[in-house]
Design a protein around this ligand. Structure first.
Ligand code: GLN
Length: 271
């Protein structure tokens, strides 16, 4: 079969379970061909559908996220390997990197701490932004740390990125110019559906209100944020008031930022 009808047929089948059926079909086809999506689309007349496409489509129809099937996801300016050991980096989390870029417009941060680093997305995006900075990524999952370490190596950032198994900021020696923090923040009983159910629950769920991990992280922040530094903290769209109160309760100043959809997504905390 040639590419165009195969994409049409796959899109029709995927639209029953995916909001992004056409894009999914294109990404799977590109992955099966070992091409970028753009190259696949440009060259589709001369290409045939590879035998592996059917199996990739079956996995997607079965609910597996595209990023786990292709094993990669772009975030900010970098491309990351992702596995089911890590949360798939979201475009909304780029809000945290943007906040840091704004804050450090005049001088570069020299030290960066990423709490709950997962794939390493936030730390590695920041390290590629500031070529002289050193970074530390903490995670409670050995599987996630292995993914992050692999990403640092592939991106040529391994000499500037350290990764360590840990429990948020506990036992971490600070301070750091820049902290990037995307903890789990979904309430335990939230009714989730779709792709997110394939992602690691420990990266998503945090107690009855989704606040448990913030309560563990925030008491350490005053000693971990350097004077003139900042923490960019991802939050759920309905958590601004509660988490602002926790941050102000330890004496930090707080500024909220919205994501691409205009929802509360990030709090910038400074001393
Ligand atoms: N924004 C993610 C989601 O809604 C949750 C990420 C998190 O808990 N840190 O799927």
């Amino acid at each position: 079969m040639s590419i165009a009808p195969a994409l049409r047929e796959a899109t029709a089948r995927l639209s029953a379970t995916s909001d992004t059926a056409r894009l999914d079909a294109e990404l799977l086809m590109a992955h099966a061909l070992g091409l970028s999506r753009t190259d696949m689309l440009l060259r589709q007349r001369e290409l045939a559908v590879p035998a592996t496409f059917a199996a990739l489509l079956a996995r997607r129809l079965n609910g597996e996220p595209i990023a786990y099937i292709s094993g990669t996801r772009d975030f900010w300016t970098i491309s990351l390997t992702v596995t089911p050991d890590v949360l798939i980096p979201r475009p909304d989390s780029e809000t945290l990197v943007e906040a840091a870029v704004d804050h450090f417009a005049a001088r570069a941060p020299t030290s960066i701490l990423d709490l709950g680093t997962g794939s390493g997305a936030l730390l590695l995006a920041a390290l590629s932004e500031w070529p002289t900075a050193q970074g530390l990524g903490i995670d409670a999952s050995p599987g996630a740390l292995a993914v992050a370490q692999g990403n640092a190596a592939r991106l040529g950032l391994a000499t500037r990125a350290q990764f360590r198994l840990g429990d948020w900021g506990q036992g971490v020696d600070g301070p750091f110019d820049l902290l990037l923090i995307n903890p789990p923040y979904i309430a335990r009983d939230a009714a989730l559906a779709g792709d997110v159910l394939r992602e690691p629950g420990r990266a998503l769920f945090a107690g009855t209100e989704g606040l448990d991990d913030y309560r563990r992280i925030i008491p350490d922040l005053p000693r971990l944020i350097a004077p003139g530094g900042m923490a960019a903290i991802e939050i759920g769209h309905d958590q601004r008031v509660a988490i602002t109160a926790l941050l102000e309760g330890v004496g930090l100043a707080v500024r909220p930022l919205c994501d691409l959809a205009g929802l509360d997504r990030c709090l910038v905390a400074t001393r």
